[in-house]
Every structure is written in structure tokens, then in C-alpha cells.
Design a protein around this ligand. Structure first.
Ligand code: FES
Length: 106
């Protein structure tokens, strides 16, 4: 297993924040944002109910498959893109090494 995996989050000003973290840390991309004071509200706490953790996947690795609740929530967004995901549904693990996401506009 790799020791550290790399996740890049581009904020709404276009600044890239690169994180190198252990793959078995058991958090989502949303939780990584919150822990590092990136502006993600995540008002539902990661239940796929608020869409305030909306991100655009710029460079994907193998991401967890989208579940119905995430798809339904994204469908209601006026700014949904083909690469939209809810970052609370993106669990970080060795498969997400190299992931690059951009915070969607609020
Ligand atoms: S935190 Fe609410 S949908 Fe992701």
C-alpha cells in the first residue's frame, strides 16, 4: 500500500491546495476540505442532502460509483456539470490517489 496519497482541491479563486494524506484515514473529500478551512458548508454533515459540498472532478481516478441519493441531489442543481459530484460521497482511499477537484460555485 502507498504511504501517502495526493489529493488536490482547487478553491473558488483558482488556488490549488495539495494534500498528501494516508489512504486509510477514513475521511471524505468534504471532510478534508472542512478540516483545512476550505469554504465548503456541508450543512447536512455528509448525508447527500444539501449539495453544499458540490465539486467538479477535474482529473479523476477511480471514484466510488454514484448512488441514487447523490444523483438525485445533483440533478436539482442549476450548475450541475457532467463531472459534478458531492464531495461528501467521495471517500478517500488508495484508489483516489491523484484526484483533482474544483469547488463548484455556491
Ligand atoms: S455535505 Fe451535504 S450533500 Fe454533501
Amino acid at each position: 500500500m502507498k504511504e501517502l496519497i495526493k489529493i488536490t482541491i482547487i478553491d473558488r479563486e483558482g488556488v490549488s491546495h495539495v494534500f498528501e494524506i494516508p489512504p486509510d484515514i477514513g475521511i471524505s473529500v468534504m471532510e478534508l476540505c472542512k478540516a483545512n478551512d476550505l469554504p465548503v458548508l456541508a450543512t447536512c454533515g455528509g448525508m447527500a442532502l444539501c449539495a453544499t459540498c458540490h465539486v467538479l472532478v477535474e482529473s479523476g481516478t477511480s471514484l466510488p460509483e454514484m448512488q441514487n441519493d447523490e444523483a438525485l441531489m445533483l440533478d436539482q442543481l442549476p450548475n450541475m456539470e457532467p463531472n459534478s459530484r458531492l464531495s461528501c460521497q467521495l471517500k478517500i482511499n488508495e484508489k483516489t490517489d491523484g484526484l483533482v477537484v474544483r469547488l463548484a460555485e455556491e
